[in-house]
Design a protein around this ligand. Structure first.
Ligand code: SF4
Ligand code: SF4
Length: 149
């Protein structure tokens, strides 16, 4: 890994892959990746893969992982450093995922919270659903059960 980038991403080499960070992370369930997996990418020297993970943009920098980590790895700082690197190098995700996360972040910036209804509609309109009837039925089912607000 390039030394300038390595210096900016603190302590990932201390990680022993115990997974305590991921099991306490409140947003890990939303992504295929986890804090542990991102740290693993770095240990393998896979900086680009780490920077392209949507998980970076989900991280709420809540500090739970840092408190739980037995090795004192500063995971929220690593996530922020990776965001900077991703933007500097142009290693950002593309397509539907990018649309979803951009919409997500814009809502947080504007209102400080997420409207699941607006986020779902923005994502569906942006990607032109491949199974519009199925997705509309699922949407109505979730709405009826109070799962979307
Ligand atoms: S700081 Fe980020 S990675 Fe760590 S627990 Fe919070 S949301 Fe998860
Ligand atoms: S809690 Fe710390 S040591 Fe364990 S997997 Fe996460 S970063 Fe690595």
């Amino acid at each position: 890994m390039e030394s300038a980038v390595k210096d900016d991403i603190p302590q990932y080499s201390l990680c022993v892959q115990c997974g305590r960070c991921s099991s306490g992370c409140p947003v890990a369930f939303e992504s295929e990746d986890t804090p542990r997996k991102i740290i693993r990418f770095l240990q393998w020297g896979w900086l680009k893969e780490a920077c392209e993970s949507p998980f970076l943009w989900l991280c709420a920098t809540c500090q739970v992982c840092k408190v739980r980590c037995p090795r004192g790895v500063k995971i929220p700082e690593i996530m922020l450093a990776l965001r900077r690197t991703a933007q500097q190098k142009g290693w950002v995700m593309a397509g539907e995922k990018l649309l979803f996360y951009r919409t997500f972040m814009e809502m947080v910036k504007k209102k400080g919270r997420i409207s699941e209804l607006h986020l779902g509609l923005a994502a569906a309109l942006g990607k032109m659903p491949s199974h519009p009837i199925d997705e509309a039925l699922l949407f109505l089912k979730l709405l009826k059960r109070g799962k979307i607000r």
